[in-house]
Design a protein. Structure first.
Length: 154
């Protein structure tokens, strides 16, 4: 009886940990002041099944998986973009957006996650870590390889 209760608790905790974070719609910027942020996630076996929450200025706007991307229209100015896996500490990057410009951010899992998988209690305690780097936007044909996850607007 005691073992079955533990099993139920472990399964329930596992399912909760895999749940996606609820997202909120963005305010649509005016056409004259809008800029585009593209966040794409490279495909990787390490943490491949883990959903990543993309945030803008502390607000969750989308959940992405392996080989996914989002395109978010934001007003020109400085914004903090973040990615976060489950309850791990978010990785944050500040970007300066100019009207009509596009900024690309690439996210990928840290190789340290592989070592943590070998000792699961370490992974549970510290979570997954993802890099988030601003890069030159790849050619459209390269970005077309990623599945687009829609971003909602008000």
């Amino acid at each position: 009886m005691h073992l079955s209760r533990i099993t139920i608790l472990v399964v329930a905790a596992s399912l909760t940990a895999c749940a996606s974070t609820p997202t909120l719609p963005l305010a649509r910027p005016s056409a004259q002041q809008q800029a585009e942020v593209v966040v794409y996630r490279e495909s990787s076996f390490i943490a491949g099944g883990v959903s990543l929450t993309v945030g803008v200025n502390g607000k969750a706007i989308a959940n992405i998986g392996n080989s996914d991307k989002i395109r978010a229209l934001l007003p020109a100015g400085e914004h903090e973009i973040s990615v976060q896996a489950r309850s791990a500490t978010p990785t944050k990057v500040k970007v300066q957006l100019e009207p009509g410009a596009s900024v690309c951010l690439r996210t990928s899992s840290s190789a340290s996650t592989l070592a943590k998988v070998a000792v699961p209690i370490t992974l549970i305690a510290s979570g997954y870590y993802f890099y988030l780097n601003q890069i030159s936007c790849p050619p459209k044909t390269d970005l077309d390889k990623y599945k687009e996850v829609p971003v909602a607007y008000q």
